[in-house]
Design a protein around this ligand. Structure first.
Ligand code: DI6
Ligand code: FE
Length: 404
């Protein structure tokens, strides 16, 4: 069976091909065959011998790769608006966590919800991301914190991937917080996590393993035990590292060839160097920085100088980043972290894909997956310029245009 070949012409392409620059093609065309890009270039050079079955004229609209949101916690019950109020009264995120609120309050709400209602709420969130051009999303567990409840959250993530055109990568973040039944016994909890990981993997629920290495969460030694269990199973690792303090987590993760280290506000020069050596992506999360009213900036200039690829994600979660706007994150990456609009866009396309270990997307080049978004813009810098405008692109997932 030969698959359909579709020609999209008169696009202003931001291909992001090559290591820098937008890779702009002003009067560009994309040829899509099946789920992949068969040809990309100027309209004037479209090969004539193609057996095109459908054509679309884009009248000069901007086309970018589909957005990759490489760090989210989309599956959870409840919300934490009351903690937002407390924090505005001066109670810190750490204090709330230490007194049983924070992640643990979402764990209680998540355990109390049934699988269908977790699915329904996560579905609405995923659709919102899709409406802003997200074609690939990573979803972490970490609000179940028992074998049963973690499996449930990861099944919800898999179900979203099966029922939506979106690609979903699922990450096991069981080492996110200490559940109440293990109070005072963090090492026992880590042993339990290491013991249930093989079963989660055997059920096909895990693409990567993450942990929260922090004074209010797990130590480097405990993180290392989780990483050893992941390595035994051949699973790649990522880490919530250096968000609130410098624990040396990034260097530890880099030693395991981590796909990414995420947050990184307190990253040290040694951590930057270790990430550069390992080719680990730095995932910066301006939503959490903003919402927690942090003041310590991630070391963007040092990451840049060391050649560490930078990704940007929403970190959607109910405690520290309740946003579902990837475009707002592009803006904040520029205004708060001083990325260039080009770096921000790369961060949510090609480098976001890299943070998930996906080499088949994030650029508009021959052979990549035909995931792209069509924007009412003249220049790619507008992706991060328009602030809170709720721009809705047309979106093509694996060659098919659909509405989210
Ligand atoms: N860091 C974060 O920002 C999220 N998880 C993490 O390890 C926040 C999770 C939450 O507060 O519910
Ligand atoms: Fe997170």
């Amino acid at each position: 069976m030969s698959s359909a070949t579709t020609l999209w012409r008169h696009a202003r392409l931001a291909t992001l091909a090559g290591p820098t620059g937008y890779g702009q093609v002003d009067d560009g065309a994309l040829v899509v065959r099946g789920e992949c890009l068969q040809w990309v270039g100027p309209v004037a050079d479209v090969p004539s011998q193609l057996d095109v079955t459908a054509e679309h004229d884009l009248h000069g609209a901007l086309v970018t790769p589909g957005l990759v949101d490489c760090h989210t916690h989309l599956v959870y019950g409840g919300h934490r608006a009351h903690e937002f109020e407390q924090r505005l009264q001066g109670v810190s995120y750490e204090e709330i966590a230490r007194t049983g609120g924070g992640i643990r309050s979402t764990v209680a709400a998540t355990r109390a919800a049934d699988e269908d209602s977790l699915y329904t709420s996560a579905l609405a969130r995923a659709r919102q991301l899709m409406r802003e051009g997200v074609t690939t999303v990573e979803i972490k567990s970490g609000y179940g914190l028992s074998a049963e409840h973690e499996a449930r959250c990861l099944r919800v993530a898999r179900r979203l991937g099966a029922e939506l055109p979106l690609t979903v990568r699922s990450t096991c973040l069981s080492a996110h917080a200490l559940p109440p039944e293990f109070a005072g016994r963090p090492d026992d909890y880590i042993a339990a996590v290491c013991a249930w990981l093989p079963a989660l993997q055997a059920q096909g629920l895990v693409d990567a393993v993450d942990a929260f290495c922090e004074a209010i969460a797990f130590s480097p030694a405990q993180t290392q035990r989780v990483f050893d269990a992941a390595r035994q199973l051949g699973l790649p690792v990522k880490l919530h590292a250096e968000q609130l303090s410098d624990q040396g987590g990034a260097a530890l993760a880099a030693g395991y060839g981590a796909l990414s280290c995420d947050h990184l506000e307190h990253l040290s020069p040694a951590g930057v160097a270790a990430m550069a050596r390992a080719g680990t992506v730095a995932v910066l999360l301006p939503g959490a920085y903003y919402f927690l009213r942090e003041t310590k900036l991630p070391p963007v200039a040092a990451l840049r100088d060391a050649g560490v690829p930078i990704a940007i994600a929403t970190d959607h979660n109910p405690g520290s980043s309740p946003t579902l706007s990837p475009l707002l994150m592009l803006n904040m990456a520029c205004t708060l972290f001083r990325l260039t609009p080009e770096e921000a866009l790369r961060g949510m396309t090609v480098n976001g894909a890299r943070a998930l270990g996906l080499a088949d997307r994030g650029q508009l080049v021959t052979g990549q997956r035909a995931d792209f978004a069509i924007w009412p813009h003249e220049h790619p810098s507008e992706m991060s310029y328009w602030l809170g405008q709720q721009v809705q692109p047309r979106v093509v997932w694996g060659g098919q245009e659909r509405t989210a």
